[in-house]
Design a protein around this ligand. Structure first.
Ligand code: ZN
Length: 155
């Protein structure tokens, strides 16, 4: 029987994520964060192939589906934690995500997906700030991913 094994810290399946170029490290890199699962999911999308120059429409469609699932999870978290700023940022993420239409035009959907991911990042930081924890910076985890980013974030 096949039973996918998940990381006990961040809940990520312990298999290589080809879309994200994620290699399984000996110890979970998200061990020190207050929201390991949310940060890990963020970074898998942040460093994902869909944001690279060589992304094909299917990479973008797969990322769109992942982003949608991630966004619902974020919604559950912010409702549970009841942090108003995080709730607002997730609302913005949902609005902009709704503007993406990957079936119609995958390439112009990237910018909406990217903005949605950015609002999600804000929401994670709102949650972390509430706990007075260190803010999430994907750059701290970059070495676990195969990354060449097409553009720089302004934060
Ligand atoms: Zn982990």
């Amino acid at each position: 029987m096949e039973r996918p094994y998940r990381c006990p810290v961040c809940n990520a399946p312990l298999e290589e994520d080809k879309d994200a170029g994620f290699k399984i490290p000996p110890q979970c890199p998200y061990l020190d964060t207050a929201y390991p699962e949310l940060c890990a999911l963020h970074d898998k999308l942040y460093f994902g192939k869909w944001r690279k120059m060589e992304a094909d429409p299917n990479d973008i469609k797969r990322a769109f589906a992942k982003l949608g699932r991630y966004l619902s999870k974020m919604r559950e978290f912010v409702e549970r934690e009841n942090v108003e700023s995080a709730r607002r940022d997730i609302g913005k993420a949902e609005d902009v995500f709704a503007m993406a239409d990957v079936d119609e035009d995958p390439y112009s959907s990237i910018k909406y997906m990217d903005q949605a991911l950015s609002y999600i990042h804000h929401a994670i930081n709102d949650l972390l700030q509430e706990k007075k924890a260190k803010l999430h910076s994907p750059a701290d985890y970059e070495r676990h991913y195969d990354v060449i980013l097409p553009f720089k974030e302004d934060w």
